[in-house]
Design a protein around this ligand. Structure first.
Ligand SMILES: Nc1nc2c(ncn2[C@@H]2O[C@H](COP(=O)(O)OP(=O)(O)OP(=O)(O)O)[C@@H](O)[C@H]2O)c(=O)[nH]1
Length: 828
């Protein structure tokens, strides 16, 4: 049988007696066998019987023990009262068998009066016995004398007894005396039922027993309190919580608390952590707990262990810190919570062991296997780019032994709308580089927007802007091949707004093809516009040979006079620009019709011309010497930030040196290195490229931000120096003064100024004619000092272009620039 819970035990202790027994009869019958007599009662009854017989004297022989005991029981062992009762009873006619209980219906006062009437003569009055209960004492009113004879008929009522006595004037012989003495019935009932007295005694006894039981329960409760205290969570002030489980949270602070860094911890969280600090157990508090808690239940004992054997003072502090249900895990350490395998781990390990067919691997082997695996994983590092391996080719030897055709790059220059793009489209079309279907498609597309005459031009002008506007914007590159040469076409824009692009194209060319519109007034307009400027730029780039294509001859009916006039005027200008007459080629042609482009003109009006076609002139033109043995110098004409396969690519002509796949290059002025991953020459993959070619280099190991158009690419071992000032020999195309200029190194440029005119030189011998001249006239050669605002990669032998300040840029007279043939004698 499980022990009584503390709760039920407390309930029994606190029950009130009156709440249990409301009916005295039930209590009486539940007494000792139903007779209500205890051993004490029987003893008192025996002694009382003896004493009553002594009090009855000679009347004792007429009285049975049963009557005596009945009287004693009735008067609660009062011997005197019992004797009086029995004497009165024996003196009356009333049967002694009459039970005193029936007299309850008659008042005590009437009984006394009745007895007096029976014992005294009616004329002597009545002796009255009255009994009052007054604070535990008995008072008797006794008449001293017999009552006088009554004239009135006697009556048993008190009204008859005092009928002749005036109110308030009672005769002295009828006055009684009240005497008091201590009642022999301490705590008993007076004149009442002896059963009630017995009931009172029973209740006193039960109360005493209940108090004794409560005392015992109190001692049991102490043990219960001790156990409950172990489960009690204290507040910071060590006051036992009255809320029980609701206040157990602070006890969790016993577990390791992860502290936040002060910088990241919100200010308001600091007090919280202070609250969570574990509280030192206070055993003294436990002893002060009220004894109002029951002992631990079976459930609590199961969770918390057997605490009954430990004293509260000893065990409570240790358990105090661990709220249920974790109290049993006194040594719990969350930091090492997973240091040992969990029950699930053990089960899984056993299952794995069984599934492994009994094969065992020792921990040592497992550890070695794990380490090997870790090392293998470390080796599996994925690099962003595969390591580029160079074939270490002798590129010069490879070039010489190759049957590579002559490499020729030319830039198509001239005034806007003079027919440059159309001429190149016709060239490509006649050379079958562009097929008929593509031309038909372009022609149809051009017709839709009313520009059918531009169909051939669209072979080169591929962007929507260029096609819609009918104007070339950027350099268009294309390739064609002849029997002896591989050409790269650099179609430059003729509009003045795109001069920088024209310079970029010119920087990659070996020679220019100048296109002049032979139509009436167009040639003249071009001379005032970009025709002369383009010539000067091309010459400034070091180009010495030039082909002049007198275009649109169909518009002038192949007029020889017109052709001769143009040739004469242009020869004069070109020679002024330092082109030797022997290096100037004039070809009358019509790009739109293709006459004298690839095929000789068949028009009878052109019978007077027996010279070369454009293609023949291209094949014959002399190309500059290639410097393959010198250090790498490449002018970056374009930068492509392409696809995933080729995130960064550059293109430009190699001025000197060679490159091959795997080479590390240096980009200036960023001073950043890169690795050549792939090379393409004229849209075909190649292992190398040499001076004179315009390859596309696909790079890696460099951020695209470090490369831009106009940069110089060189080898890290022989970099180009970055300078902010240099001395140059220049050829003046107009008056030159110390003045602000824009300095171009290819398309890379910087603001600067001609700081000093050092000397005027002999145009052919280079000797000093005059030191520190005030001005340099057009056509004269001089030595000047140029200052730059920012560094540019410039070295001896390079060519730069000095143009007048931006305010005078692009003047319509075509003489707006100072184009300088810069041969650097020395750097500052
Ligand atoms: N009649 C005639 N028209 C030509 C000839 N060549 C070109 N054209 C026309 O001249 C116009 C301009 O031709 P383009 O090739 O665009 O001229 P462009 O020099 O390339 O122009 P930009 O590049 O913008 O400077 C077009 O309408 C052509 O059809 C030609 O030989 N004869």
């Amino acid at each position: 049988m499980p022990p009584k819970s503390g709760f039920s035990r407390a309930r029994n202790v606190d029950y009130d007696d009156d709440d249990i027994y409301d009916d005295e009869d039930e209590y009486y019958e539940e007494g000792e066998g139903g007779d209500g007599m205890t051993e004490d009662d029987k003893e008192q009854m025996r002694l009382g019987t003896t004493r009553v017989r002594e009090g009855l004297g000679e009347m004792s022989g007429f009285t049975s023990d049963e009557q005596i005991q009945e009287a004693l029981w009735h008067y609660y062992y009062d011997v005197d009262k019992s004797v009086v009762y029995l004497k009165n009873k024996l003196g009356t006619t009333e049967s002694v068998e009459e039970k005193p209980k029936k007299e309850k219906t008659t008042s005590r006062f009437d009984q006394a009066a009745s007895v007096a009437d029976q014992k005294a003569p009616a004329t002597t009055g009545k002796q009255i016995y009255a009994q009052y209960s007054c604070s535990g004492e008995s008072a008797y009113l006794v008449t001293q004398r017999p009552l006088p004879p009554m004239s009135m008929p006697t009556s048993d009522t008190t009204d008859d007894f005092f009928w002749d006595v005036p109110w308030g004037q009672v005769p002295s012989d009828r006055l009684g005396v009240i005497t008091t003495h201590a009642s022999p019935y301490k705590g008993g009932l007076l004149g009442g039922s002896s059963k009630l007295a017995a009931l009172a005694a029973k209740r006193r006894k039960e109360r005493e027993e209940a108090e004794a039981a409560a005392s015992k329960a109190s001692s049991d409760a102490d043990a219960a309190i001790a156990m409950l205290d172990k489960l009690t969570v204290r507040s910071k002030d060590n006051v036992p919580s009255s809320l029980g489980l609701n206040e157990q949270r602070p006890a969790r602070s016993r577990y390791p608390v992860r502290k936040r860094s002060p910088s990241r911890s919100p200010p308001q969280e600091a007090p919280r952590e202070a609250i969570e600090e574990p509280e030192a157990p206070q055993p003294a508090i436990i002893n002060e707990l009220p004894a109002q808690r029951a002992t631990a239940s079976m459930f609590a004992s199961t969770l918390c262990g057997d605490c009954s054997s430990a004293t509260s003072a000893q065990s409570a502090p240790a358990l105090q810190a661990f709220p249920a249900p974790y109290a049993k895990y006194k040594d719990y350490d969350s930091a090492a919570a997973f240091a040992t395998p969990s029950p699930d781990d053990i089960v899984r390990a056993a299952q794995a062991k069984g599934a492994g067919g009994g094969r065992r691997s020792t921990p040592k082997k497992k550890k070695a296997h794990t380490e090997n695996l870790a090392r293998s994983v470390e080796k599996l590092v994925v690099h962003d780019e595969p390591k580029i391996r160079s074939k270490n080719l002798n590129v010069v030897a490879e070039y010489e032994k190759s049957d590579l055709k002559r490499i020729a790059n030319f830039v198509v220059v001239g005034h806007v709308d003079h027919g440059k793009s159309t001429l190149m489209g016709r060239l490509l079309y006649d050379l079958k580089v562009i097929d008929q279907r593509s031309i038909d498609k372009l022609r149809k597309e051009a017709e839709t927007i009313g520009k059918s005459s531009f169909a051939l031009a669209w072979v080169m002008d591929e962007t929507n802007e260029e096609r819609s506007r009918g104007v070339t914007v950027d350099i268009a590159t294309n390739y064609f091949e002849t029997e002896k040469s591989r050409f790269t076409i650099l179609d430059a824009p003729g509009h003045k707004d795109f001069i920088p692009n024209m310079i970029s194209g010119s920087s990659q060319a070996d020679f220019p093809v100048l296109v002049i519109d032979a139509s009436t007034n167009s040639f003249e307009a071009g001379l005032k516009g970009q025709t002369k400027e383009h010539i000067l730029i091309a010459r400034s780039m070091g180009m010495q040979h030039i082909i002049v294509a007198v275009n649109k001859m169909d518009t002038v009916s192949w007029s020889k006079a017109r052709f001769d006039d143009i040739s004469k005027r242009m020869t004069a200008f070109l020679t002024e620009s330092s082109f030797l007459p022997s290096r100037i080629t004039f070809i009358p042609l019509a790009g739109l019709t293709g006459e004298n482009v690839v095929k000789k003109v068949e028009n009878s009006a052109a019978h007077w011309y027996t010279g070369e076609t454009l293609l023949e002139a291209l094949e014959r033109i002399e190309l500059p010497q290639r410097n393959l043995q010198k250090a790498l110098r490449l002018s970056v004409a374009d930068v492509f930030r392409g696809d995933l396969r080729s995130p960064l690519s550059i293109s430009g002509r190699i001025d000197s040196g060679t490159v091959q796949v795997g080479d590390v290059i240096l980009a200036l002025p960023a001073k950043q290195t890169a690795t050549i991953k792939m090379i393409e020459v004229q849209d075909a993959p190649a292992d190398w490229a040499v001076a004179g070619q315009i390859p596309t280099l696909h790079l890696t190991d460099i951020d695209p931000v470090h490369l831009q158009q106009g940069d110089i690419v060189c080898v890290p071992s022989a970099p180009v120096k970055l300078v902010k000032a240099f001395t140059s020999k220049l050829l003046a195309f107009q008056h030159v003064l110390p003045e602000p200029v824009e300095v171009f190194r290819s398309t890379l440029n910087s603001p600067g100024a001609i700081r000093t005119l050092s000397a005027r030189l002999n145009k052919f011998t280079g000797e000093v004619v005059k030191k520190k001249p005030r001005v340099i006239k057009p056509g004269e050669v001089a030595r000047v000092v140029v200052q730059l605002e920012r560094e540019l990669p410039i070295e001896e032998g390079m060519r730069v272009v000095l143009r007048e300040g931006a305010g005078r840029w692009g003047r319509a007279d075509g003489a707006c620039c100072v184009s300088v043939d810069c041969r650097y004698e020395r750097l500052l």
